[in-house]
Design a binder for this molecule. Sequence first.
Ligand SMILES: Nc1nc2c(ncn2[C@@H]2O[C@H](COP(=O)(O)OP(=O)(O)OP(=O)(O)O)[C@@H](O)[C@H]2O)c(=O)[nH]1
Ligand SMILES: [Mg+2]
Length: 259
Amino acid sequence: MTYVLPAWYPALRRPTIIERTGQQRISVIVPARNEEANIRPVLELALPYADELLVLDGHSRDATRDIAAALGARVILDSGQGKGAAIRQGIQEASGDILVFIDADGSHDPHDIPALVNPICQGLADHVSGSRMLGGSDELHATLHQGMRLLGSQVITLSINYTQNVRLTDCQNGFRAIRRDVALALDLRENITTIEQEMVIKTVRRGYHLIEVPTHEYVRANGVSNFRVKDVAPRYVTSWLYYLFLWRPPRRQARRVGA
Ligand SMILES: Nc1nc2c(ncn2[C@@H]2O[C@H](COP(=O)(O)OP(=O)(O)OP(=O)(O)O)[C@@H](O)[C@H]2O)c(=O)[nH]1
Ligand SMILES: [Mg+2]
């Protein structure tokens, strides 16, 4: 018996290799704070895709830095202000043409890196965000706390779509790839995890091409979440309203795809 695959089948398969069209170099940037129980497999699986592997360490009090260094990562101590500040420092320190951001807690599968990077390599996008709404999440619906995060995130995504005429599904995923010159041009300012929505809103408002690809989000492998909605909610609201409605994109910018 011969089985014929449906025509859409190839579109559902994840690419497994990075398809470079030129000499693009890839920097994988991993923010990590006290992730000794989680970071090893993340780095081991990300390494084959990385020309440069940077771990931005948030002054971990465990063996995170030692594990990362032993696996060949360049370890950089962050400024102590939060994940957003670490991401901004990573952008300044990285030398690759394409930057990939992936969490160290096991929430993201490094095998998705080619899916994030290939559209940029092929000149189809400036910025590619992983989407938990397209790829599924084990984290968003289990508790009231997670439900509140999901609700807030969906309201912000909806407002971006409605005002910017785009159709995004996830504006707060920590798993993304972006051209380094575009990341630098965005002139990011956030110090905490609000950096994700800042990157998305500024990318869209500056006319860069942002696409999403499905990536699955797993529950952090070990340890407990550091995220407290009540501590960060005010910053989420103010940064969302500021970047979407008050912030004015500057005129000068890096070249867009297709421009
Ligand atoms: N360098 C640095 N990394 C951080 C800091 N805070 C968090 N991280 C890392 O950023 C990534 C995401 O942080 P999480 O605390 O997992 O945040 P989250 O993914 O939104 O929430 P949970 O998965 O629910 O804990 C993880 O790899 C953390 O170790 C920080 O202050 N500095
Ligand atoms: Mg996480």
